[in-house]
Design a protein around this ligand. Sequence first.
Ligand SMILES: C[S@@+](CC[C@H](N)C(=O)[O-])C[C@H]1O[C@@H](n2cnc3c(N)ncnc32)[C@H](O)[C@@H]1O
Length: 570
Amino acid sequence: MEAVREPRTPQSQKGDRGQGGKKRSLQGGQWAKRQKTRKEKPVNEGSHEEVLVADIRALFAKQKLSQAPEGDIVKKEENADDIKTEEVDSTRVGNGESTNEVGKAILPDKFAEIEVEVVEISSTGDGLAIHPDSDQIYVVPFSTPGDIVKAKVITHFKNEHYSLADFVSVVKAGSLRDDSRVNCKYFASCSGCQFQMLDYPTQLAHKKTIVEKAYKNFSQLPPELMPLIGDTIGSPLRYGYRTKLTPHFDGPPGPRRDRNKVFKEIPEIGFMAKNRRVTLDIEDCPIGTEAVRMGMKRERERVGEKLSTYRKGVTILLRENTLRVRNDDEQASKDIPDTIKTTTEKYTDFKSCITDNNGTSTEYIGDFVFTNIAGSFFQNNNSILTPFTQYIRDNILPPTPSSAEPPIKYLIDAYSGSGLFTITLSSLFESSMGIDISGPSITSAKENAKLNNLPESQCSFMAADAPELFKSVKYPKDETVVVIDPPRKGCDESFLNQLMQFGPKRVVYVSCNVHTQARDVGVLVRGSEVGARYNLESLIGFDFFPQTAHVEGVAVLSRVDPEEKVGKAE
Ligand SMILES: C[S@@+](CC[C@H](N)C(=O)[O-])C[C@H]1O[C@@H](n2cnc3c(N)ncnc32)[C@H](O)[C@@H]1O
């Protein structure tokens, strides 16, 4: 059943406004009633779906569409019914409702191509578009506000009134789009980058809105408790910045458990296609550093040569490694095969790409040196780490130290990894302690403390679950600051409760997922009955991943002492 009207011409876009140019209110009225009764749920794990649905709900409210969705944010899997029934193209991502009827609206058939007008970019990096025939929002990747694009419908989500669609082509470009900026021939098919068609200031401005919306949707804090959000700080490198990439290839086609299946030809080696469960063959990725790109080429060749040794798919680790020598060292004048050589005033760096998960990678942040087990966590954009750690240094202590209060002398780095914050901030404190659940990361952290001439009395580490730190912490709470940098799912309740019970003077919350950060910061600002509560002093994003929709958030919080009131930061 094809329910699409004639394709929209650019002129017919005026159809979004009724006669007299009034903003349309499709079937009017109901949405407002629903807005009153709806209470936003806190984000669970800040998944793609949760964040997308929050944006879609907000857009429904803004556009005054009649079918504003209600109820819980449903995970895709809970709403699934068409993975099994998909006959047309089993590689398609999409497990929404298979029906084409949503409420009273008739929706386009799956795989129908329709023209839609993009009204905003979601926090997930996708264009959110409207179509004149239905109260449904179309999620179209690689599109920007003002674009009219042709999109191919993949699946409809009945509960939330949105549809996923593939980007097909631009019918009329909006003012933000300039495709001559695109730097990769796989852009608009690879799932890696979303924003290559945007200029960099627009990318940064968008990332600021991601932080704003995250706190609006998920912190449950009233606006008067929010500070002004800072402008997102950009990455010195906008391409060639990723020090780690993990391309993969799938096993030989055929039944999964058939160990006798062998590759007949070199498989696609690369990254997932957007909206499809297939791997794209990608021979080069311009967001990788030169050394990583060199490693990617080499590893692709190696897989081809050793094809008969593989029985299943593999994820290939590509991690940059730096060998630094002083310019007065004889080695600096030589070339080392398979390395990218760069010379600065004092040093010559030889950058290579390592692929062994258990190998050791080395990198430099200013004058600090960090080693890491290559397969363990370390930040992926070295170019931003100097301004980033400097920002934390500049903000970790109170802006105006009070003579009536004891100075802050102690640092706890929770979720410390291999010691990025513990080590780069250590000189500000008498004693610092890092804790991380990963044994290999803590082994690296101890080694890194030694390499940076920090004795154990000044900088120590512990391999344990983060809440364990509160059992042994000896630092006085009034003289302690805690840095938190958890994984994407954020902190668990037990950790936050114990943190508030301990009640350090300051908390700096760093996160690669601003949505779970907003949820957790909301908890700290509201406080607990038996513990401290906090004032959100400042909030800012850092662009660790240019060309993508990711943003790293840094929230600085100060404890509210009994005589103080929680209030808007100066
Ligand atoms: C985003 S990384 C941050 C690491 C470090 N701050 C850095 O920037 O290099 C999150 C870290 O949390 C650690 N982690 C995950 N769950 C944890 C837990 N329950 N307790 C302590 N550490 C945990 C991981 O091992 C990882 O090193």
